[in-house]
Design a binder for this molecule. Structure first.
Ligand SMILES: *[C@@H]1O[C@H](CO)[C@@H](O)[C@H](O)[C@H]1NC(C)=O
Ligand SMILES: *[C@@H]1O[C@H](CO)[C@@H](O)[C@H](O)[C@H]1NC(C)=O
Length: 225
């Protein structure tokens, strides 16, 4: 009892005096802010620079789109599994169902726009293979499904940020990409949930590692496109 009290006090003292305190106040922002350097690096990748200038060769954009469609369908099927499996807690369960419906809808929209029936003929690039394998690993090895939400967040935040940062006028061939990605509200789905459950420094550390890995995977996807 006494040692619990002491270690509890010690934890509070640690929280108030270590830099971790602010992080724990808003883990959602902390994860993003501590990986801004990867976002910055991604913005300067030649694929995105050439989209901005309108010089990107169409073949590269087509290949990128096909990889993205395959990605969306694979993530949708992981979310399908999770939304069936995760029944509690209620907010995490609702998150999985909500994300599943949203990913399914968007993947379906991209398939029909491109007159595709599915992604079975799309071969993932080595970079995409690694990215998807990292998702699967998080899904299969982490007992807490919350870490899958953490793994999903870099894509949502980064694409939104990139679309807003890139100066692409409506006369540019890649304007549709900007327009379709520049309006989103990831905080509506993730923020309260992550801040509620990532409430120990161990959990924040684990989330931080997963978030960083996925930011790097996003960077590498653009880098290899
Ligand atoms: C990202 O880039 C902006 C402007 O280019 C700069 O102000 C900011 O410090 C950079 N952040 C990091 C973490 O590199
Ligand atoms: C962390 O959050 C969970 C879920 O809300 C709660 O059960 C647990 O007591 C909290 N732990 C700490 C250290 O605040």
């Amino acid at each position: 009892m006494k040692s619990d009290l002491i270690s509890g006090l010690f934890f509070l003292v640690l929280l108030s005096y270590s830099p971790a305190f602010k992080q724990l106040e808003d883990v959602y922002e902390y994860l993003w802010e501590s990986n801004m350097h990867i976002a910055n690096k991604t913005l300067h990748i030649d694929f995105l620079k050439q989209m901005q200038s309108g010089e990107l060769q169409a073949e590269r954009y087509v290949a990128f789109t096909l990889q993205d469609i395959n990605y969306l369908l694979k993530i949708t099927s992981m979310l399908k599994e999770l939304q069936e499996k995760v029944q509690t807690p209620e907010d995490v369960s609702a998150f999985m169902k909500g994300r599943y419906i949203s990913y399914k809808k968007f993947a379906g929209f991209l398939l029909s726009r491109n007159f595709l029936k599915g992604a079975s003929q799309i071969k993932p690039t080595p970079t995409m293979k690694k990215y998807l394998a990292d998702y699967r690993e998080v899904m299969q090895t982490e007992r807490d499904p919350l870490y899958f939400a953490v793994a999903l967040l870099p894509c949502s935040r980064l694409w939104l940020w990139l679309a807003n940062k890139l100066d692409i006028p409506s006369s540019n061939a890649y304007y549709t990409w900007k327009k379709e990605n520049m309006e989103g509200h990831p905080e509506k789905h993730y923020k309260a949930m992550l801040n509620k459950y990532l409430n120990t420094s161990e959990k924040v550390q684990k989330a931080s590692n997963i978030f960083k890995m996925q930011m790097q995977n996003e960077h590498d996807f653009f880098g290899s496109s």
